[in-house]
Ligand binder design. Sequence first.
Ligand code: PMT
Length: 214
Amino acid sequence: MTFLITAGPTREAIDPVRYLTNRSSGKMGYAIADVAASKGYRVILISGPIDSGVDVPDGVDYVPVESAGEMYAAVERWIGSADVAIFAAAVADYRPVECMEQKLKKEGEEMDLRLVRNRDILGSARDVFLFNGVLVGFAAETENVLENARGKLLKKGCDMVVANDVSRSDIGFDSDENEVVLVFREGEEIVEKASKKSIARSVVSAAMSLEGEM
Ligand code: PMT
């Protein structure tokens, strides 16, 4: 049994020294990788740059990437080996239209930064990568959490979406705990606030049950 897991943020370069990113620490995705590896499964962990000090779990195949484009290519390369794919990464939806070769100089009081949409990696799993294993997405929401998560489940062909409310500072991005709702094609399961390791156990266990049903 092989798990492919994406984790962490991506960095979208503006110039040689600047980039766009977000507050993902990698803790949620790394905890899932750790739980799956400790159960003896093969784990391919594709991770954006982490500076939260969280360690790469023992025994995983670690694929470091920087940008959403690199994460897309790594998932495309490895997803064919996976039985279960869990997308916990906070992938940038947009990147600068171009990365300047030289450091940008300041000019004037305002500047415009033009962005272009990144490809949706999770959204490519079924249609582009032709993945037919258990597909698990996350939904990072600040409002209408369940409704938006169910929309993502249907639109991206997921078997399960892990919904978290990222408007709260005590859970979600860069915290040690999370509180999630596991959204299935039929039904939902609330997982009360707990350490990310404990939430990861619930996610892996639900994914394994779905795998058993396939
Ligand atoms: O890393 P931590 O600090 O521990 O924080 C954990 C977390 C809050 C990042 C995590 O729990 C979480 O919610 N991850 C998903 C973040 C996100 O970008 O969600 P989204 O609702 O914008 O995206 C929906 C899904 O599509 C996600 O599975 C995401 O990985 C995926 N996606 C999004 C855009 C894109 N271009 N490609 C993708 O694969």
